[in-house]
Design a protein around this ligand. Structure first.
Ligand code: ZN
Length: 560
């Protein structure tokens, strides 16, 4: 290099340094003037930050959708100029609630149907169907969801005959509360061309003792009729999703886990989120055939801040209620039946191996102790110990004594539904007996082993109100306060654990704990303001607490 070029280079470097110096002073100066402007200050509140020390603060400052500072009202009001200031008047504030296992799309479509949830007799079902038909006289089908024969005193009569009597001229399709069975009338069976000779792999078309169709379709048989129900338009579906979202915001949910969405629905959701039509944070798990799952995994994680796709959902076994959950030994009320897996062990293992080879999280529904053991062992085989894969088991309702420690050993996250304990308690002991029941719905045991659980409701099968789940987790009683003193209280969570399971632990189960789940500097400003303090009110008042405000990313999405 010639000398003069070298000198020129040195001079240029000097100039550059000077320019950078001036530039950094300018940056410092502008940031000093704007650093004290924030979008919002909330003060005079009792703020459960749910940080690692479980700190309680009384004010927060928010800018650009994230928490800028958490602390004392006087200091924050003095330090910042806010475009908006809310005096919480002493109300309590929590990180936005998660529902760690839910079905958003089914919930939305249930809003458009005859709502049969909680119907306590078949007469009640008929009344609701009639009201629904009157409200929607233009519809060519009656579609409903949520019936539950365990709630009816008399469940011996033929549902189809009654439906035929009241609705001879219109097809009827009614999903049971768990969506694993449907009741239909003759008109619907005729449209689908189903007769008693029909056979469906993985499904059942039930008949009475003399071989007549009884109008109940189970598992894969449901699809035979369902495909004939007219599709709703995209606009109609968006309208119901928006309505569903409003309801979820009204109970303080800011994040949900959509536990099993097929490729078409994922695409639909992705478009809606891209167009900013939905705001609730949705961690949608892929559930489809293996080829589709493989295809989606190849395209990598998807995360636009509201919709996240990085988890695969598998289903190992059926439900305890219908004796479909896979148990290590026979049902206590059916000595010839151990339940069953919904797919072969080979297929489950193949799927588990494929997800292990990717970076995706795996979440598997396992309800019985046999299914739970199988999945824990297969997880252990492919991801080993000391991993940070955060693979989940959904439900883990019945766990064998010797398997609890595997949650810890293989780092498997238990995703549990406290409200199932208080719904199932009326028949669960019949199914599995008094020994196994001690290790069922064992929230506390799971926390003691793994260190965390994530709480979900499994809506629409149960109420979407997270305070109902919180109540079930800490008091272990149902809506009527039964049984007095609580059910299997040694498996209750403390309020602090239950709150963490709805916030920071739930965020951890979705790899979002550095972004959400607590009220801390730099995290998304998702929070909920309640009418009463859920950490201190008596148990009986928990379900009637009202949400005053729900905020997602600094934006109020619900206000009472
Ligand atoms: Zn579910």
């Amino acid at each position: 290099m010639p000398i003069n070029s070298f000198v020129n280079l040195r001079q240029a470097q000097k100039h550059m340094k000077f320019i950078l110096y001036i530039f950094s002073i300018l940056v410092l100066f502008t940031s000093c003037t704007t650093n004290h402007e924030v979008d919002l200050i909330v003060h005079n509140a009792r703020i459960y930050t749910v940080d690692s020390a479980f700190t309680i603060a009384d004010a927060v400052a928010i800018r650009g959708g994230v928490f800028i500072e958490i602390g004392n009202s006087q200091q924050l009001l003095k330090r910042y100029q806010a475009k908006d200031v809310w005096d919480a008047e002493g109300a309590s504030i929590y990180p936005g609630f998660y529902d760690s296992h839910a079905h958003f799309l089914s919930f939305a479509s249930s809003l458009n149907m005859a709502n049969l949830y909680g119907a306590d007799s078949f007469a009640d079902v008929l009344q609701r169907l009639n009201a629904h038909r009157k409200a929607h006289p233009d519809r060519s089908w009656i579609v409903g969801a949520g019936w539950d024969q365990d709630r009816w005193k008399d469940s011996t009569f033929q549902v189809k005959d009654s439906l035929d009597k009241y609705f001879p001229d219109i097809p009827v399709y009614l999903s049971r509360v768990d969506y694993q069975a449907a009741s239909v009338n003759s008109r619907a069976l005729n449209i689908a061309n189903i007769d008693s000779a029909f056979y469906v792999e993985g499904g059942l078309i039930s008949t009475d003792s003399i071989g007549n169709l009884s109008g109940v379709l189970m598992d894969n048989a449901m699809e035979l009729v369902r495909i004939h129900i007219p599709e709703v338009s995209d606009e109609e579906e968006l309208r119901t999703l928006t309505k569903a979202e409003e309801l979820l915001f009204s109970v303080g949910l800011t994040s949900i886990v959509d536990a099993g969405v097929n490729e078409l629905d994922l695409e639909f959701l992705r478009n809606l989120y891209t167009d900013k039509k939905l705001k609730i944070r949705n961690y949608a798990m892929i559930e489809d055939n293996q080829r589709t799952i493989r295809k989606i995994m190849r395209s990598g994680f998807y995360d636009d801040g509201r919709l996240t796709i990085r988890s695969v959902k598998l289903t190992a076994d059926g439900l305890l209620r219908t004796r479909g959950a896979a148990l290590l030994s026979a049902y206590s009320d059916d000595s010839t039946n151990n339940g069953f897996l919904l797919q072969t062990t080979e297929n489950l293992e193949k799927a588990i191996r494929e997800v292990a080879d990717s970076k995706f999280q795996l979440s598997t529904r396992a309800i019985g102790d046999s299914a739970t053991r199988l999945i824990l062992d297969l997880y252990g085989k492919y991801i080993g110990t000391n991993n940070n894969r955060r693979w989940r088991i959904e439900h883990a309702n019945v766990v064998n004594e010797s398997d609890f420690e595997k949650f810890k050993r293989f780092r498997v996250f238990p995703s549990v539904q406290p409200i199932h304990a208080t719904t199932d308690m009326y028949w669960a002991t019949d199914r599995i007996g008094s020994d196994r029941i001690r290790n069922a719905y064992a929230l506390k045991r799971l926390v003691d082993n793994y260190g965390m659980v994530a709480i979900g409701s499994d809506f629409p099968g149960e109420s979407y109100n997270p305070l109902f789940s919180f109540h079930a987790a800490v008091a272990r009683v149902d809506a009527n306060g039964e049984p007095s003193g609580g059910y299997e209280m040694k498996n209750a969570l403390t309020r602090r654990e239950a709150l963490m399971a709805m916030t920071i632990w739930a965020a951890h189960a979705c790899f979002q704990d550095s972004q959400r789940g607590s009220i801390q500097r730099g995290k998304d400003a998702d929070f909920v303001m309640l009418s009463k303090d859920m950490m201190t009110v008596p148990n009986e008042e928990l379900r009637s607490i009202q949400v005053i405000r729900t905020v997602v990313g600094g934006e109020t999405v619900f206000k009472r």
